[in-house]
Design a protein around this ligand. Sequence first.
Ligand SMILES: Cc1ncc(COP(=O)(O)O)c(C=O)c1O
Length: 383
Amino acid sequence: MKLPVNARFSTVCVHAGQEPDPSTGAIITPIFQTSTYVQEEVGRHKGYEYARTQNPTRLALELNIAAIEGGRGAYAFASGMAAIGAIATMLKSGDHVIVTDNTYGGTFRLFDKVLTRYGLSFSYVDTSSLQLIEQALRPETRMVFIETPTNPVMRLTDLATASALAHSRGVKVIVDNTFASPCVQRPIEFGADMVVHSTTKYLNGHSDSVGGIVIGVHDEDLEWLKFIQNTEGAILSPFDSFLVLRGTKTLALRMAQHNSNGLALAEFLSKHPAVKRVLYPGLPDHPQFELAKRQMRGFGGMLSFDAGSLENAHRVCNRVKLMSLAESLGGVETLICHPASMTHASVPPERRAAIGLSDSLVRISAGVEDVQDLIDDLAQALG
Ligand SMILES: Cc1ncc(COP(=O)(O)O)c(C=O)c1O
């Protein structure tokens, strides 16, 4: 099998990084569940010495996702947080980072509770405003860490203009692309220097693995990530690598359904009398609909809506039957949650208010079920 140089997205998802196993011809990359590799003589081996450093299942996944994101290389870690932690090791004491104010709570916790102890500082900024990014830039700023769309208020950052501004000051741009998936948005095309994923979500897609990956384009970043993967040792296991690799083969198929179910649910909810407002970048009333059309291919499977009150929000979450009340996102099954008391409970109320996360907000991760069944479920829960 030879992947054409100009292979299209779904072909890349199925084939990139995948060669039949040379010893058996197995079409699927085996789970190389080994801790070490036998060497032919001292200093002569097949490129594998010790499994923290190299593993063929993990390597196949890294090559696959690097191609999917349009990067030059990728390194897989034990979780999305371990991947973000690996990026943070590129910083030195005294450095400053600009972060999307509505970033994932675990990222905020790592930056605010751990990394500030090492002399790093962080400014939390509404990165949807170029002006606010510009105002936050300092001589010691090294990175802009962006999430777009944000969770759960679905605010977007213009990746092309934010990257151009950051680069004009010698600052690197990192994008956490977990929420959109590379099928919907490829930040490297807009100038990002590194992309990070919680593979736990859309890349795996089946809610049965926890993992993370960083994709890069610059040699110095990739060399450092490889070094840190081996040095800190927070590697993705062979079995998890296998699961995510199986997931990425159907990424394009799954995302097409996530996108269309997300849009259909957003449209249904926006016409429902019990719903005050729907937050979804694919609706024309989203304040950044034009940017969404430019930057995203499809609008994703994540949406939020205002149920009018805390009581109404809890009632909908408790009354759904087909949807599951759970944190996380990006799996084939539809999940619903109440961010203020679940995913964002650790965010102080005044900070939640500042980013527009009200107590009446409900978040949905649209799965790939028949959309009419999902609409019927929401209709009975809202009724
Ligand atoms: C946007 C985003 N980034 C990073 C993470 C962390 O990933 P993990 O849970 O795999 O450590 C999450 C988890 O929910 C997330 O939603």
